[in-house]
Write a protein that binds this ligand. Structure first.
Ligand SMILES: Cc1cc2nc3c(=O)[nH]c(=O)nc-3n(C[C@H](O)[C@H](O)[C@H](O)COP(=O)(O)O)c2cc1C
Length: 335
């Protein structure tokens, strides 16, 4: 259930409602919007251990944050124990409050060297890497996994026990397999099974949390200690506030204003080309939730410049849209 505040190893966090690492999405502008609602913890996009160790500037930029984003976590991805301690230490020295190990990324380019969700195939290596991270830092170490590689190889419970033995503060379980990618429903039974064997390690539930009521259901069905909201933050940065206080009725203009604010944040941080590319996708996050927004979505997809994007949004007849009963959106479409 919802806890405010929430004890997390040596830390006291504002709550047990966390915001996920989202590669290509949870950049600094995105985090400016979500941290306004005071999540218990927010993670940056995953970064590769070896890139951190060789001080790659674009990797460091993914870890940009502002003081009011604390408590904040960084997530590292890699399968080489010799990089684990060094990269965790770099994260700690950058001022992060938590360091997480990614064992869930399904992308071939990541799994081909045994990293991300490929780590699910080598549970003992996960234990070794966590131990190296813990030996190198004082901040809490967490790990994020999927339920298993595929339906035939579900091993989240075994990995929970290994992570606990290694001394991780928490384990986050995404209730899908690697084979599933983001398709189909997340199976929360696997999260409940992990919670059932956890003695000391905190269990964070993840998968299909798209509104406040699904968050409450996740607590109820799994008994998890905390939740991690992922795609549920797209186009509704207020979801954390909704979990705390209940969801107020929102008008089309609330969505328009949030989108315009998001645009300002993106423009203040990224160059125009990158901003224009990101904003097509970001625009769709907000607009997918309303009926009568199709024409605007199509216009945003064609827009070449920020000025065009802004003009399309400002000139749109928002009073003709309806965000009170959105068309059902398939979860995977939100990517
Ligand atoms: C675009 C995108 C990027 C993601 N990037 C990361 C990442 O960097 N690290 C990670 O652990 N999980 C990442 N994930 C997985 C999510 O954090 C989460 O586990 C998954 O989306 C399931 O939760 P949901 O069904 O509530 O979205 C990403 C997911 C998406 C859709």
């Amino acid at each position: 259930m919802l806890k405010r505040p929430f004890n997390f190893g040596p830390l006291t966090l504002p709550s047990n409602i966390f915001c996920a690492p989202l590669a290509g999405c949870s950049d600094l502008p995105f985090r400016r919007l979500t941290t306004a609602y005071r999540p218990g913890l927010i993670y940056c996009e995953m970064v590769k251990m070896d890139a951190l160790v060789r001080h790659d500037p674009s990797t460091y930029r993914l870890l940009d944050y502002e003081t009011d984003m604390h408590p904040i976590g960084a997530q590292i991805c890699g399968s080489k124990p010799q990089f684990a301690g060094k990269s965790a230490k770099i994260v700690e020295n950058l001022g992060f409050d938590v360091v997480d190990l990614n064992c869930g990324c399904p992308v071939d380019k990541v799994t081909k060297d045994g990293s991300g969700s490929a780590m699910l195939k080598t549970p003992e290596l996960i234990g070794e890497i966590i131990s190296n991270m813990i030996a190198a830092v004082k901040i809490p170490v967490t790990v994020k996994i999927r339920a298993g590689w595929d339906e035939g190889q579900i091993n989240a419970v075994q990995i929970t026990e290994i992570a606990e033995k290694a001394g991780a503060t928490a384990i986050c379980i995404h209730g899908r397999t690697r084979e599933q990618g983001y398709k189909g429903a997340a199976n929360w039974d696997w999260i409940r099974a992990c919670k059932a064997v956890a003695k000391k390690i905190l269990v964070i539930g993840n998968g299909d949390l798209f509104d406040a009521s699904s968050v409450y259901r996740m607590f109820e069905k799994t008994g998890c200690d905390a939740v991690l909201i992922s795609r549920g933050t797209f186009g509704q940065p207020w979801i954390i506030g909704d979990v705390y206080q209940g969801a107020p009725l929102r008008t089309p203009l609330d969505f328009r204003d949030a989108l315009l604010f998001h645009i300002e944040q993106v423009m203040s941080y990224h160059n125009d080309r990158k901003a224009a590319m990101d904003l097509r996708r970001i625009g769709c996050w907000y607009l997918k939730k309303g009926r009568g927004t199709r024409a605007l979505r199509e216009s945003l997809n064609k827009a070449q410049t920020i000025e065009e994007i802004r003009a399309f949004i400002l000139d749109y007849p928002w009073h003709e849209t309806d965000f009170s009963s959105p068309e059902p959106v398939e979860a995977e479409v939100l990517i």
